[in-house]
Design a protein around this ligand. Sequence first.
Ligand code: MG
Length: 258
Amino acid sequence: MIRLKSEDEIVKMRAAGQLVARVLQILKRRIKPGITTKALNAIAESEARKHNAIPVFKNYPHPHGGKPFSGAICTSVNDEVVHGIPCSNQLKEGDIISIDFGVILNGYAGDAAITVPVGKVDPELLRLIRVTEEALLKGIAEAKVGNRLGKISRALQEHAETHGYSVVRDFVGHGIGQEMHEYPPVPNFGRPDRGPVLKAGMTLAIEPMLNIGTFDVYTKIDEWTVATKDGTASAHFEHTIAIRETGPEILTMLEPGR
Ligand code: MG
């Protein structure tokens, strides 16, 4: 069942979303060759704690009984798709890094991800980053009352494939609210006439992952990091949105003046 959120709940989700967006902006400004993903993780965790928010990814249970996730953020570099574990490796000029961050603030969740170039980066990688963010916004534009959820999925996929990229199948977006992961799943591919009919008060985390090569992925020996099988680069963007009568509202888009 999809639980619709009241206006009051959406206000709380907006506060959580804005915190996530501000922290991602802080991290983005710190990304440069030489910084470690562990250092970025420490910044995110201390920002969350400073605002009395819970960094939800930290100690997140492993889906198949492995060890819990150790970071407050996921840091996925180059061919890594999602769920990369922060570590003491330094970022290098020419890398791309995706950062995924989620918090619970006053009982409500916010979840977002960005992909950022490290120093001077190959134009082909910059194009992948741009098209992935565009795909997310195309999907969000279909998050309208009366559309089926599949319309979001289809719009994302079409934008990715038109530009020659593949869409990861094995990981999808999700409903979000008091829990970080709620019903329904939000695939980044599929038929526009499938899925639940969208209603005002639904809140979703939409998160396309696009690969330069094929969509096949595997999980590394650390039990968390997902990477492309063919070793090509991958980008990931995510927003938490609320479906309003008037259209989608992006809760993790930084509001002007904040
Ligand atoms: Mg998510």
